[in-house]
Design a protein around this ligand. Structure first.
Ligand code: ATP
Ligand code: MG
Length: 277
């Protein structure tokens, strides 16, 4: 998808000097992010890749204030939409919502999908129950769920993995984020459904002028749906750039290793849509 030069230079979020440490499992403290700096250009789909334990999840969680108990987070500078908001953090929340790998752990199994979605709509859009239900229905239509009424009345375990992930994305949309963060959103799904969910994220980005950040282990996913990529190793970002540049001419030795270890040149676009009920 081509992006014009004007939107290319438009930065939604810029973070400098982000450092996070956690209480270690055997005492002491563990530094999980070290002086991380990155920019998220508006209206782009940004991939974050890197080996297991490199800090990808902690990076997303630190943006949403969802770090584990006892975590310490500091940053030198955070700029949102051109405004320096460093001194307003952590009171001020970023306009972001998150989609997790396994929706089963994010949905309360005893609450129907309609209950989850209306709660978010009521909280974030300050509407009453009736209007929240209408917004929930709309959100399910937006994620291409063909029969929203049926899905609203279902419990999370009654849906297929793909439908559950669509419902989770609908719930995130109801928070009206500018920035949608997705942590391995398709790892738990089979390949066909995975392609559909990725195509959906790409479509939503365009339809809703969202900015999307996707954490993934899969370089094929990055090649198929991302515009830009951040490469992480040991709690640091070692390389950033457009996917074309980073995949075409990697600079950092770790990026070169990562690409050399990838199965094959992954250039199939994910275009499949809908129908995974
Ligand atoms: N609750 C926790 N307490 C202490 N350390 C943790 C905790 N959760 C994660 N870590 C450590 O923080 C570091 C970064 O973890 P993180 O989950 O961000 O990695 P990741 O890149 O998302 O890995 P993966 O690809 O496996 O999901 C790792 O060293 C991990 O062991
Ligand atoms: Mg992770």
């Amino acid at each position: 998808m081509s992006v014009d030069a004007a939107s290319r230079s438009d930065v939604l979020l810029s973070v400098e000097g982000l450092t996070v440490d956690l209480p270690g499992r055997t005492g002491g403290r563990v530094r999980v992010l070290e002086d991380v700096a990155f920019e998220v250009p508006r209206g782009r789909v940004v991939g974050i890749v890197g080996e297991s334990g490199s800090g990808k999840t902690m990076l997303l969680r630190s943006l949403l204030d969802l770090l584990p108990d006892g975590a310490r987070r500091s940053w030198e500078r955070v700029v949102l939409d051109g405004a320096d908001i460093t001194s307003e953090l952590p009171r001020r929340r970023l306009p972001a919502a998150m989609v997790f790998q396994d929706p089963m752990t994010s949905f309360n199994p005893l609450v129907r999908i309609g209950g989850h979605l209306t709660e978010v709509a009521q909280r974030f859009q300050r509407v009453g129950r009736r209007e929240a239900m209408a917004l929930a229905r709309e959100a399910l239509v937006a994620v291409r769920i063909p029969d929203p009424e049926r899905v609203l009345s279902r419990y999370p375990h009654e849906l297929s993995g793909g439908m559950r992930q669509r419902a989770m994305i609908a719930m995130a949309l109801l928070a009206q984020p500018e920035l949608l963060l997705a942590d391995e959103p398709t790892t738990a799904l089979d390949a066909t459904i995975q392609a559909q969910i990725l195509a959906l994220l790409r479509t939503l980005q365009a339809e809703r002028a969202l900015t999307v950040v996707i954490v993934t282990h899969d370089l094929g996913v990055v090649a198929a749906v991302c515009d830009d990529v951040l490469v992480m190793k040991d709690g640091r970002i070692v390389e950033t750039g457009t996917v074309d540049r980073v995949f075409g001419a990697p600079q950092h030795p770790y990026t070169k290793t990562l690409l050399a270890a990838a199965p094959a040149a992954p250039d199939e676009p994910a275009t499949d849509q809908g129908g995974d009920a």
